[in-house]
Design a protein around this ligand. Structure first.
Ligand SMILES: NC(=O)C1=CN([C@@H]2O[C@H](COP(=O)(O)OP(=O)(O)OC[C@H]3O[C@@H](n4cnc5c(N)ncnc54)[C@H](O)[C@@H]3O)[C@@H](O)[C@H]2O)C=CC1
Length: 258
């Protein structure tokens, strides 16, 4: 019987894993929301891991608001770096394998071709820097780890994400102003959840760093078009290419992961 704890289980990936967990055989899941377990609290993490016989920890907990992270870097580092360090230390102490999710935003976006796991990270915003620090703590302290970088993550059912926002605004009849100055691979949380459960845990992949995306590079504008097409809204919605769209945080121009 595999015993798996999922941290940050109230986010879009956590909720997708919860749905998939119902079908998993010979596996016991313990889903911890941010209210059940604050990963920034070292003592709480250690007490929980000491008293349970977990074999894996899937860390879905993160500070994911890229814009807010610029304004409140301490909060981002607390969760994405210190919180991850706490998990890595306790996983090491109690023989637990850590499956941690990271991001395409560890790269600066200057490369013309897709980023491979061997490419040198060089984040250009606080979110990316805080996530890279988390990766580094894991590599330093815990041999039995998987770091899975993904990109432009969305769920059709859960949470706040680009897919759901475009759909909602289109249905409300709002103008959709979207930029095309970044390229990445949108990734459904279902793809990532399957990769974690089927390939990493069941497939027994070797420890290390992996990239997992839906594999089709596009701009945000292309993605918006795809969402509208998929939902039969292309003719009704007013999608406008907005090259003046500015964000507070710098974003990599190309964050396509190989
Ligand atoms: N959303 C995206 O576009 C991308 C996300 N990722 C990564 O994928 C992973 C999953 O992301 P999502 O499901 O989209 O995020 P999300 O924002 O939907 O969920 C994150 C969860 O972490 C929880 N959390 C925050 N602080 C916590 C703390 N101190 N202790 C415990 N839980 C805490 C939140 O309550 C939330 O439920 C994250 O590691 C994220 O960095 C990577 C690339 C892109």
């Amino acid at each position: 019987m595999k015993n798996i704890v999922v941290t940050g289980s109230d986010g879009q990936l956590g909720r997708t894993l919860k749905e998939f967990a119902q079908k998993a055989k010979n596996t016991l899941f313990d889903f911890k929301t941010s209210a059940d377990l604050d990963i920034t609290n070292e003592q709480l993490v250690s007490d929980l891991f000491k008293n349970q016989e977990y074999r894996y920890c899937i860390n879905c907990a993160a500070y994911t608001n890229v814009e807010q992270a610029e304004k409140n870097p301490d909060a981002a580092y607390r969760v994405n770096s210190v919180g991850v360090k706490n998990l890595a230390y306790s996983c090491d102490a109690y023989g637990i394998t850590l499956i941690h999710i990271s991001t395409d935003y560890v790269f600066d976006g200057e490369k013309e071709t897709p980023y491979s796991v061997e490419d040198e990270p060089n984040p250009i915003n606080v979110y990316g820097k805080s996530k890279l620090k988390g990766e580094e703590y894991i590599r330093k302290t815990l041999p039995n780890h998987f770091i899975v970088r993904t990109s432009w993550l969305y769920s059709k059912k859960y949470g706040h994400n680009f897919y759901r926002t475009i759909l909602r605004k289109a249905l409300e009849g709002d103008d959709l102003r979207v930029t095309d100055d970044q390229k990445g691979c949108p990734t459904n949380t279902e793809t990532l959840a399957k990769f974690i459960l089927d390939e990493i845990i069941e497939g027994k992949k070797p420890y290390g760093t992996y990239h997992c995306t839906d594999g089709v590079p596009m701009t945000w504008y292309d993605f918006a078009q795809k969402i509208l097409n998929e939902n039969g809204l292309s003719d009704k919605a007013n999608l406008v290419l907005d090259r003046n769209y500015r964000t507070f945080a710098k974003r990599p121009k190309n964050s396509v992961l190989s």
